[in-house]
Design a protein around this ligand. Structure first.
Ligand SMILES: O=C(O)C(=O)C[C@]1(C(=O)O)C=C[C@@H](O)C=C1
Length: 366
């Protein structure tokens, strides 16, 4: 045995021994999770037991990141624990998650990032269908996009909260990296058509203007659909889509990270019919309708200022009942069970013609 082989053997023996301990600890943890499931069923009943607890998961992940001493990066260890909890939850109860499809969309990536890879993620053609599937109990939770850092709010998703009585149970932030994908070729030559959703084309406008000023840009319903078309049409077509789409449709990445802004991110919401407990770092979302009169929004915001509650997002929507009403979607820091927020909500309700509490949920950890 060479000197190198000897040194490697010592280290690999250590790794084998550590793996054995990790393995045994993982199964111990899984057994605990099974017992947690038994306790939930004992006290809540077989049908009503709530297995997925976003507030607890957020606390576990935050603790992992706080105590981490490296050399693994905080986000990397949290990602591993995310997967550990995903397999433990699957052992308690297999989770079915509806997402805005088709396969290969950023929403699928967000669903896996949030629930880990042991959840069964099922694509649906529209956000309406995702909401319907969750409301009917066909899926436990749903994942839909709500806002993009360059393009703003996804108004259609906001409007669905008016129609459906579902709660927001969580949020996911995803850094969006767009690539140019094509079948058969590995360079940029010979492309005559580029497929992508309108939003993505807008997010990559400068790059497209400088590299493909006169190539036709064709808007389609999703990044995954763009990838499917690029595969179907061969080397004259290209798609702008994600790594996941490149993998799924077996396309070549011919230009990487073509977004005009390198910190382009999208926020997604987890929807369900569950009220989520406090995690210690939470957000609350509401829809508020008020009569249109001078200073109406100012009066609403005054309550936030008095209670020193920070807004994280405010968006105006057309009124629901008639043209004399305005509707606002507001996200703010804090949980609805905290006394300060309970008081704020009562005051807002008195001030409005309608207040819909969409839910309180943990601030995204990963
Ligand atoms: O603490 C619980 O309620 C559990 O079910 C355990 C556990 C975990 O693996 O830590 C699994 C699933 C829940 O979503 C939260 C945490």
């Amino acid at each position: 045995m060479s000197e190198q082989e000897k040194e490697l053997k010592v280290l690999r023996d250590q790794i084998d021994s550590i793996d054995k301990q990790i393995h045994s600890l993982l199964n111990n943890r899984a057994r605990c999770a099974q017992q947690v499931a038994d306790v939930k069923e004992k006290y809540q009943g077989n049908q009503d037991a709530v297995f997925y607890r976003p507030e607890r998961e957020a606390q576990v992940l935050r603790r992992v990141m706080t105590r981490n001493e490296g050399p693994l990066a905080d986000k990397e260890v949290a990602r591993l624990f995310r997967e550990v909890m995903s397999v433990c939850l699957a052992l308690e109860k297999p989770m079915y998650i509806a997402f805005l499809g088709p396969e290969g969309t950023f929403t699928q990536q967000a669903a896996s990032k949030h629930f880990g890879h042991s959840a069964h993620c099922i694509p649906f053609n529209s956000s309406d269908e995702v909401f319907r599937e969750v409301e009917s109990g066909g899926a436990h939770y749903g994942v839909v996009p709500i806002e993009n850092s360059t393009e703003g709010m996804v108004h259609h998703t906001l409007d669905l909260f008016k129609r459906f009585n579902l709660k927001i149970c969580g949020e996911v932030e995803l850094l969006i990296h767009h690539h140019l994908l094509r079948a058969e070729a590995e360079d940029l030559a010979g492309i005559t058509r580029i497929y992508s959703p309108q939003q993505t084309l807008a997010q990559c406008r400068s790059w497209l203007d400088s590299h493909f000023p006169s190539v036709e840009r064709i808007p389609v319903s999703s990044n995954a659909e763009a990838a499917r078309l690029a595969l179907e049409q061969g080397s004259s077509a290209a798609a702008i889509a994600s790594d996941l789409a490149a993998d799924l449709y077996q396309l070549n990445i011919v230009a990487k990270n073509i977004d005009d802004q390198s910190d382009n991110s999208t926020r997604f919401l987890i929807i369900g019919d569950q009220e989520v407990g406090e995690s210690g770092q939470d957000k609350t979302s509401v829809l508020i309708s008020v009569r249109d009169k001078a200073g109406a929004l100012y009066k609403l915001l005054e309550h936030f200022q008095r209670h020193k509650i920070s807004l994280t997002r405010i968006e105006t929507r057309p009124g629901q009942q008639d043209a004399t009403n305005s509707m606002f979607y507001i996200d703010f820091e804090g949980h609805s069970v905290a006394p300060k927020i309970t008081r704020l909500l009562a005051e807002l309700e008195a001030e409005s013609t309608e207040l819909k509490l969409l839910g309180s949920y943990p601030v995204a950890v990963l």
